[in-house]
Each structure stands twice: as C-alpha cells, then as structure tokens.
Design a protein around this ligand. Structure first.
Ligand code: ATP
Ligand code: MG
Length: 430
C-alpha cells in the first residue's frame, strides 16, 4: 500500500519541536485577554452555510469564492468556518448572552478555512485569535479593543508594525457614499474585473477591497469615505482617535481601508507588518453594530478583531524575535538491573508529582545508551542507580553541565526534597 505522506495544499503541521512557539503566542494572548476581562468562547468548526452568507456578506470574496461548503448526508449545507465573528455572534444569540451584564466580552483561538491560492502568509487552514465585545456603542470601547490588540503585538516582541484606522460610517451616511462610489467606478466599468462589475450595483464599497491589481489601482482614486460621514459617525471617529491618543497608541488614518467582510460599521483598523511581504496584515478588526440584527437578534452594537497566528509567527521570525525555549528535562534517572530500574520508576513518579520533568528508561537501553539519551534530552541532572547505590541508600546526583557530583539520599521523600533544593540552587546560580 502506498504511504500517505502529503498533507493537503495550504495546510501546515506544527511539529513537536516547534509547538512551543505557538504556545508562546497563545499564552500571551490568553493572558492579555484575561487582563481585559475577556472569557474564552468555543464554537463548532462548521456552521450552517447561511450563517456566513448572512453574517459575512454574500458579496465578499470570502463568501463568493473561499468557503469550504458541502452537503451532509442528510442534505444540509454546511460550511467550515472562514472566520470567528459570525459563529461567536450566532452563539451569543442562541444562548441569550445579551442577558448577561454588558458588555459581554469573549475571545477565541481557532482554526479557519478558506479556499484561497496558497502562498506565503496565505493558507487554506490558518489560525486566528480574536476578541468580540457586545453591548457598547461608546468610542472608548473601540479604542480599548485596538489597545488590547496593540498590547498583544507589543508583548510578542514585534516592532515596525503600522496601525491604520478608518471609519466606514453607518448605513445612513453610507447611502450617499455608495452613490459617489458607483459614479466614480462606473467611469472605469470596462476595466474592472468580472467580480467588481457585479459588485458595482450591489455593494460598491467592496471594490475598494479588490485584490486584482488594475482594480486596486483604480480604487486609489476613489472618493474618501471620510468626506461622507454623518455627524454622529464623525464625532465617534474623532473620539476614538482622542482615546487612542490618550492611551499612547500611534496610528495612521487610511481612508481606503474597508476590510474584507461586509459586517463592519464605523471604526475599522489593520495592523500591518513591514517584514513579511505582500500578505502583510497581521491583525484586523473594527465595529459591527449591525451584525447581531442581521442575524435576527435585537439591535446590539458589537466590535472585535482577529489576528492571524501564522502571520504573527512569520513576522516574529523575520524580526528574529527570541522565543523562550521550553524547559529541558530536569533529571534523567539511569539504572542498571531490575531492582534499580524499579526504583528509577518510583523516583520519577514522585518527582513528576512534585512538578519536575523527570525521565527514566522505558526502551530497554543499556547504561551507556541511557546516558547518551540523557545528553540528547539536555537533562540538567542525572543519577545512576545500581545494586550498590540501592544497598547503601545514597546516590550521586550529577550536574550535567559542570560534571559536579553531590551525594543524595535515595529514600523517595528525601530524594525529591533534596533534588528540588539542588535544582533551585542551580536556577539561582544561572
Ligand atoms: P487579506 O486581506 O489578507 O485576505 P482578510 O481581510 O481576508 O485578509 P480577515 O478576514 O480580516 O482577513 O482575517 C483577519 C486576519 O486573519 C488577517 O489579518 C490575517 O492575519 C489572517 N488571515 C486571513 N486570511 C488568511 C489566510 N488565508 N491565511 C493566513 N492568514 C489569514
Ligand atoms: Mg482575504
């Protein structure tokens, strides 16, 4: 039978030697979310297709081209989540979370699926962490959301990241803007890509987000949304900027950002890395005051962001950010003979209960091979148990880097206590 050794295009494996890098990013995100009072939400990897059609918007690239959609054996149309916001909003509604004290604050760490052309920074299975906040219209909430994302990025050790913000208004001011956009793009109708021709009447703002080079070029000359904001939206945007200034967050206003998903209103933002080539947006988000209503709920303002973990890791790599490597083996307990082997197992069990990373032989290696393995693990300490040591009740604990040896009692309780003391001494000496 042929060996199956090829993963599907656009997917990646995280190998055991690299997973600590992911955990580093995830730990910082979880910890930062905690300090803002966000709690984790987990939703299914697949949802009813119409959730994304309604939530993400059926004129977006995501819905038009990128979804993994299939019919189940029962004939239901199901889609693998292309992003986290729609599923979170669905769960918010389904479980009546609007009854909780507002704002309701949730975060997620999930895989997402988009049928895109795989390239650096663009995968078919990728991972996001995101935050969602429901129940506040206040501009301080927009600034707080942006600040949380900025702090995560800073805590990851990233530099040279540009924050761009914009306001894309509300449905009221957008009507006028849509007219202006339709008029502008109509002049170039023959040059637009087929998708954009279709979007021109239905959702002209989508043209600003088109990735086709000629369309993108045309979009650069389009009227600015900021000229069309109603008083409320303009005041909101001004206040968001003031709150960002107060928090010491640097930003650039870029009136061409509209974001790739239809649900955004008012504030939108992107964090862009200067070090990873074309797929440079590492984190993006904004306000979506209409989303909950679009999904059939009572009006409920909301906002959030999502960051692409692969792109964050790529940027960290490109910038040479050092990620603390996982702690090495604390002690390898080598043994010769059956009795000593049993004792080694007993000591390891007790050491592990005390939180130490301890190993002994479970392969059947001879002493020389055991020590070779201990070296490969980078064990900080080792000890060799044989009949003599068992009979005397004392062993020699060896610090692997200096070769220094210390006598240590072998009765289990004393061993664990004295080992921890030796390890702490070594920790402080470092
Ligand atoms: P892009 O403009 O790069 O296509 P998008 O607007 O589709 O991004 P969002 O839907 O806002 O992206 O997703 C938020 C973040 O998720 C992005 O900023 C990016 O970091 C990451 N992301 C999106 N699509 C992919 C993908 N196919 N592969 C890897 N990361 C992705
Ligand atoms: Mg995209």
């Amino acid at each position: 039978m042929a060996l199956i050794t090829k993963k599907p295009r656009g997917t990646e494996d995280v190998l055991p030697r690299d997973s600590y890098r992911w955990q580093f990013v995830e730990d910082i995100f979880r910890d930062e979310a905690r300090t803002y009072g966000y709690k984790e939400m987990r939703t299914p990897v697949f949802e009813h297709t119409n959730l994304f059609e309604r939530g993400v918007g059926d004129t977006t690239d995501v819905v038009q081209k990128e979804m993994y959609t299939f019919l189940t054996k029962g004939g239901d149309s199901i889609t693998l989540r292309p992003e986290g916001t729609a599923g979170a909003a669905r769960a918010f509604l389904e479980h009546g979370l609007h009854n909780d004290p507002l704002p309701v604050k949730v975060y997620y760490l999930t895989s997402c699926y988009r049928y895109e052309k795989p390239q650096a920074g663009r995968l078919r299975e990728f991972h996001q962490f995101g935050m969602e906040c429901y129940g506040t219209k206040h501009p301080a909430a927009d600034a707080e959301m942006i600040t949380a994302a900025a702090t995560v990025i800073e805590r990851l050790g990233l530099k040279n990241i540009r924050l761009e913000i914009n306001s894309i208004g509300c449905p009221a001011c957008r009507a006028e803007y849509h007219k202006a956009l339709t008029e502008y793009f109509s002049q170039y109708k023959d040059e637009l890509c087929e998708d954009c021709k279709g979007r021109l009447d239905r959702n002209p703002m989508r043209l600003l987000d088109c990735k086709v080079p000629r369309d993108h070029e045309i979009a650069q000359g389009a009227p600015s949304v900021l000229e069309y904001l109603c008083d409320e939206c303009r005041e909101h945007f001004d206040s968001v900027k003031e709150h960002l200034d107060a928090a010491g967050i640097e930003y650039i206003v870029n009136p061409t950002i509209v974001r790739g998903l239809d649900y955004y209103t008012k504030t939108v933002f992107e964090f862009i890395s200067g070090d990873i080539g074309a797929q440079a947006t590492i984190c993006a988000g904004g306000r979506y005051d209409g989303l909950i209503e679009d999904l059939g709920g009572n009006p409920m303002p909301a906002l959030g962001f999502a960051a692409g973990i692969e792109r964050l890791l790529m940027t960290m790599d490109a910038q040479g950010v050092e990620i603390p490597s996982p702690s090495p083996c604390d002690i390898y307990v080598a043994s010769m003979g059956d009795n000593a082997h049993k004792k080694a197992g007993e000591l390891c069990l007790a050491l592990r209960k005390a939180g130490m990373y301890a190993e002994f032989d479970v392969v059947g290696r001879g002493l020389k091979a055991q020590m070779k393995y201990a070296n490969k693990l980078g064990a900080r300490f080792s000890i060799v148990l044989g009949d003599d040591e068992l009979a005397g009740g004392i062993g020699k604990l060896k610090a692997m880097d200096s070769g220094e040896q210390t006598d240590i009692p072998l009765d289990t309780e004393s061993f664990v206590r004295e080992f921890i003391a030796e390890k702490l001494k070594a920790d402080f000496a470092e």
